[in-house]
Structure formats: structure tokens, C-alpha cells
Ligand binder design. Structure first.
Ligand code: SME
Length: 158
């Protein structure tokens, strides 16, 4: 059973700051630890991962560190799916019922809700944090606020 959240969102944000300060830890290890922290502590989060802008093609996302089931979507063109749309708009995309979305890429049939939060460097889109939930209507404004703070904290890694 995951820890009860709410009052813990602030402590999760603080823990991500601590992860960023860890010496001798690579960028990918820090992103991986951030994914693990979120997946372990937030009830609604069943798949947590980062997609990074492919430095070679620039209009494509490449799967980075993640926690959860393996996904076929290791590369996603900008504009495709929830992830690709968030990459294009450079804005958070919160979906409470993925079955209502036309432009959606299924990672697993169990997924019912999803949130994608951009990571910006000097305002420019560089990566995104993608989170899936097996429960409809499970993404909240508190989740959004916490994840947007976390994406600001990890931004210097890019
Ligand atoms: N559902 C995402 C694809 C990525 S997987 O969820 C890991 C989308 O529609 O872009």
C-alpha cells in the first residue's frame, strides 16, 4: 500500500531537490530516482517516465528513464498521442478518461487517465514527464501543481 498523499506532496518536491543534489549520480539515475519516488508514493501513479527530445531529429521524443510496464512507444513524433501533443504545445496535458481522446497512444489497456508535464529550459521544450493511471478521473490539480514544480527542479539536468 502506498503512503497516503496530500500533505506529502511538498515533501516529494523536496526529495526531488535532494535527488538533484546527489554527487556522483548521473542525469539518468536522477531521473530514474524521481520516477521511482513518484510511483512509490502516489496511489494514482501506475506508470511514470520521462520522454526526452531526440537531439538528432528534434521533432521526436525518445523514451528515457521510467518505472512501470514496458511500452512499445519508445519513440513518439511531436503531435502524436498525448505525449506528442504536449511536446507541440509545451503545456501540461491532463486527461481524465483516455477513451475519449482521438489522438492517444495506448501504453497498456489498463490505462484510464494520463498527465503529461513539459520540462522547459529557458522556456524551450526539452523533455516531459508522462504519468499513467489505471483509474479514471484520478489526476488532480494538486498532482498538476506538484509535477510542474518537479519539472522545474529537474530542468537544469538538460
Ligand atoms: N499514452 C501516451 C503514450 C506513452 S505511454 O503511455 C507510456 C500517449 O498517448 O502519448
Amino acid at each position: 500500500m502506498k503512503q497516503k498523499e496530500g500533505k506529502n506532496y511538498e515533501s516529494l518536491v523536496n526529495t526531488v531537490s535532494q535527488i538533484m543534489g546527489r554527487d556522483g549520480t548521473s542525469r539518468d539515475q536522477k531521473l530514474q530516482q524521481t520516477c521511482e519516488l513518484l510511483a512509490e508514493n502516489v496511489e494514482a501513479f501506475d506508470w511514470v517516465g520521462f520522454y526526452l527530445v531526440d537531439p538528432d531529429s528534434e521533432r521526436e521524443l525518445v523514451l528515457g528513464p521510467y518505472v512501470g510496464e514496458e511500452t512499445d512507444h519508445t519513440r513518439i513524433p511531436f503531435g502524436k498521442g498525448i505525449c506528442g501533443q504536449a511536446a507541440e504545445t509545451n503545456e501540461t496535458f491532463m486527461v481524465q478518461d483516455v477513451s475519449k481522446e482521438d489522438n492517444y497512444l495506448a501504453c497498456s489497456v489498463q490505462v484510464e487517465a494520463e498527465i503529461v508535464v513539459p520540462v522547459k529550459k529557458d522556456g524551450e521544450f526539452v523533455a516531459e514527464l508522462d504519468i499513467d493511471s489505471h483509474k479514471k478521473d484520478s489526476m488532480t490539480e494538486e498532482h498538476r501543481k506538484m509535477l510542474e514544480k518537479i519539472c522545474k527542479i529537474v530542468s537544469p539536468l538538460f
